[in-house]
Design a protein around this ligand. Sequence first.
Ligand SMILES: Nc1ncnc2c1ncn2[C@@H]1O[C@H](COP(=O)(O)OP(=O)(O)OP(=O)(O)O)[C@@H](O)[C@H]1O
Ligand SMILES: [Mg+2]
Length: 274
Amino acid sequence: MSGTKPRPALLTVRQVKVHLRVNDRIIHAVDGVDLDLRAGECVGILGESGSGKSTFGRAITRLLPNVALAHLSGEVMFDGHDVARMPEAGLRLLRRRGGFSMVFQDPLNHLNPTRRIAAQMDEALRSIGDRHKLRARAAELLLQVGLSDVERVLRAYPHELSGGMRQRVLIAMALASEPRLLVADEPTTALDATVQMQVIETLRRLNRDRHVALLIITHNFGLVAELCDRVYVMTGGKFVEDADVFSLFESPRHPYTASLIAAGRRLLQPSARV
Ligand SMILES: Nc1ncnc2c1ncn2[C@@H]1O[C@H](COP(=O)(O)OP(=O)(O)OP(=O)(O)O)[C@@H](O)[C@H]1O
Ligand SMILES: [Mg+2]
């Protein structure tokens, strides 16, 4: 995945802070972080629970709760667009075609249990303004994420699918706008090991074959090692180190990173990728 040609910058984040107002308290969920991601790159954000990963993902895709509850400052530049200050109309355009999409943590909360997958895919496509040949496009997206027997998947209700299939349906929906950046928040958590590998393979193919840049948010170093070129380590709303995955694995500079690696080593064997 790490090609030799220098790739253009896609996302540049500078001194981003998110302050959340919770019961009259201010929480510094993201506290001044810088990040660079190039087109087609796969970058991880690794950190324990509560370190601010999801809040960061929502900040850079402008999916935070309203300003009374969450205040965003700093610079987020996506392909020359000033995302942090962009009005909603501009964001809608970016979300409609060739911009960024997010796959949220907790896939079950983001699928409607009472509606068939086909109806939910149609809705995802309509919401980005793609009204043509809905069913054919939905089928094509499901194939892209490695699902077979697509007609059955489209007819199914969410509970009729396995966890890994549901996760891939959500990835397919996020791909409807043909994003250049996909932010995936804990894409394999709550899946068993075999199914984790299927979702990892899906993401890897998107990155390798379709050149979608990935920002993978996780507490699992094994996932980062499987998938990412580089990683930022997050704790307490800050990035404490960033490095390419192999250097980080060989010689973590921060003791916190070493503890995350030790935990990840037990979950997946990073060496399997070499
Ligand atoms: N809606 C919210 N209400 C209250 N506090 C919140 C909310 N969202 C985030 N926080 C707080 O902000 C901080 C960062 O949370 P965030 O969800 O970004 O962490 P995370 O790294 O994604 O954790 P996890 O791995 O558990 O998903 C935490 O202290 C959390 O309690
Ligand atoms: Mg989270």
